[in-house]
Design a protein around this ligand. Structure first.
Ligand SMILES: [Zn+2]
Length: 55
């Protein structure tokens, strides 16, 4: 019998989180503090919201 492994145990390439455009770390949270500024967590970078590929 064949067994199909469809587990998603690996935390590999497919991350639900986009990468920070400033430092390349995965973003876990973005706090928008103004129309042109947001703070990325956990890396702490400041960047315009438009640059962070928010949906
Ligand atoms: Zn960053």
């Amino acid at each position: 019998m064949d067994v199909t492994h469809d587990l998603e145990a690996d935390d590999g390439d497919e991350s639900p989180w986009p990468r920070c455009s400033m430092c390349g770390s995965r973003m876990r949270m973005v706090t928008v503090v103004g129309p042109t500024e947001a703070i990325v967590s956990p890396c702490g970078c400041h960047a315009p919201p438009d640059a962070l590929e928010l949906e």
